[in-house]
Design a protein around this ligand. Structure first.
Ligand SMILES: [Zn+2]
Length: 488
């Protein structure tokens, strides 16, 4: 068995972050490469994380009043061309279907890269009066963007996501919806995925094609590169005009509604792997772990096996009753040490060890995945095991967030000197968040991007209230701080 562990060794994170990330996904059996270039296969352990995440987010989205729908995968090519900025942004990465049923199609179809166009086409038929508003829908589906450089979960040609689309009578209401959904995403990712975020506005250069304003949640990965974890767009009336969506307002006048769209994707799985994983494997937040606690029965002599296994099953029953997703590992022919490593690799938050001596003492050993070694171990009586496990899982969820937040804070730096910003970003390993005053001009933004490869990730909603400053590039007065980073 020793060889089996060795041959599956992952590249240390400090040595090569990208290789470590890819190794972890394969070794923890989250996903596998597919025969189709740029696409991945979600294996059961990876898909289970998506299901937990999806179910919770779906619940939160429905609480805001949006309802689920399903639109077709195919969209007439002409729809894409109706909104000028939208087509310019998406055309290069769209997959086009030209043939079907053995014949050339009269009009080519695109495989949806996002569904604004087809949804707004239908909105035009559903919205007539102010009484039809607000219209708030969401769909969970796959989309395709023909990416040249792909990475599992982070950037794949086909990915899974949810996309919400809403139409409102007034600008104020649509802007409020955009920010409401940004906050839904922020609290969901921070609480449920234990990933710290910055919520902010995008610069014009980083906006969604066709939007008046884009907001995003951004997280800093441990390699110092930022990952956009979700976006919420205020579309203004751009699509409503292009798709001729009109309604009669209370004064009986025809108006275009104000619209929003918002989404998060399977990219969040990549964020979980990167934010929390270590050299031993994944570390899953209990909220998304399909196994929250694994019970490992330990015995040496054959006559001990039955007793240890029976107590282990009893513990799993107690845990299940308390609402903890638990299982035992009764595999034969592998050592307890092998099992420990295996479950650490898979990121199970809590391991419960039960041996003959523990049973004699009426106790079990609990080992936390978030705290390595002896300091992460504690004991509990059999009677208390479920309550103890529950409270430890809570602590693990909180602690994973704290650890990730500390890493992000230590890699976020304020600069007022452009040469120091450049030096920081010259670091091949990443560079972290650079928190700077920026005057808002595209010229200064472009200069930073071209000279440092850092882009404007967000103009944070939470700004320092004290004073303005000088733009890091041009020294003109600036009222807002912006976060720049190299990004995934
Ligand atoms: Zn400037």
């Amino acid at each position: 068995m020793a060889e089996k562990i060795d041959e599956k060794k992952v590249t240390p994170r400090s040595q090569d972050f990208a290789a470590w990330y890819n190794d972890l996904i394969i070794r923890a059996e989250l996903a596998d490469y597919s025969p189709v270039r740029g696409c991945i296969v979600f294996r059961p352990d990876g898909f289970a994380i998506w299901e937990h995440l999806r179910d919770e987010l779906d619940r939160r989205i429905k609480q805001t009043g949006a309802r689920n729908t399903y639109f077709p995968l195919f969209i007439p090519l002409s729809f894409l061309q109706k909104e000028a900025a939208h087509v310019e942004g998406f055309a290069p990465e769209v997959a086009v279907v030209t043939h079907g049923g053995g014949k050339e199609l009269e009009e080519p179809l695109i495989v949806r890269p996002t569904s604004e166009t087809i949804i707004h086409h239908m909105f035009a038929q559903w919205i007539h009066s102010h009484r039809d508003l607000p219209l708030m829908i969401n769909q969970w589906c796959n989309v395709v963007r023909w990416e040249m450089r792909t990475r599992p979960f982070l950037r794949t040609a086909e990915f899974l996501w949810q996309e919400g689309h809403t139409a409102h009578a007034t600008r104020e209401e649509a802007e409020r919806e955009t920010l409401t959904m940004l906050e839904v995403y922020r609290s969901f990712v921070e609480d449920f995925l234990a990933i710290p975020l910055v919520a902010g506005r995008k610069s014009a250069a980083e906006r969604f094609p066709g939007a008046d304003e884009t907001y995003a949640i951004e997280s800093l990965m441990p390699d110092g590169r930022a990952l956009q974890c979700g976006t919420s767009h205020y579309l203004g009336q751009n699509f409503a005009r292009a798709f001729e969506i009109r309604f009669l307002d209370q004064n009986n006048e025809l108006q275009h509604p104000h619209q929003t769209s918002w989404g998060v994707s399977t990219r969040l799985l990549g964020a979980i792997v990167m934010s929390h994983g270590d050299d031993q494997g994944l570390r899953l937040p209990p909220s998304v772990a399909s196994t929250q606690a694994v019970v490992v029965p330990i015995w040496r002599k054959a006559d001990e096996a039955e007793r240890v296994q029976s107590v282990s099953r009893d513990v799993v029953g107690r845990l299940a009753q308390a609402g903890v997703r638990a299982r035992t590992d009764e595999r034969e022919g592998v050592t307890p040490g092998y099992k420990f490593n295996d479950w650490e690799m898979r990121g199970v938050p809590l391991r419960i060890e039960i041996g003959p001596r523990d049973i004699a003492a009426g106790e079990v050993v609990l080992a936390r995945r978030d705290i390595p070694g002896a300091s992460g171990k504690s004991r509990a009586s059999l009677a208390e095991v479920a309550a103890t496990a529950k409270s430890l899982l809570q602590e693990i969820q909180t602690n994973l967030y704290k650890q990730a937040k500390a890493a992000e804070d230590s890699n976020t730096r304020q600069f007022d000197d452009y040469s120091r910003l450049r030096a920081q970003m010259a670091d091949e390993g990443g560079g972290g968040f650079a928190d700077v005053y920026w005057c808002g001009s595209p010229q200064c933004e472009t200069k930073i991007r071209e000279e440092t490869r850092a882009t404007c990730r967000a103009i944070p909603l939470n700004q320092l209230k004290d004073r303005g400053g000088r733009c890091i590039v041009c020294q003109e007065s600036a009222t807002e701080r912006a976060l720049f980073a190299k990004a995934y």
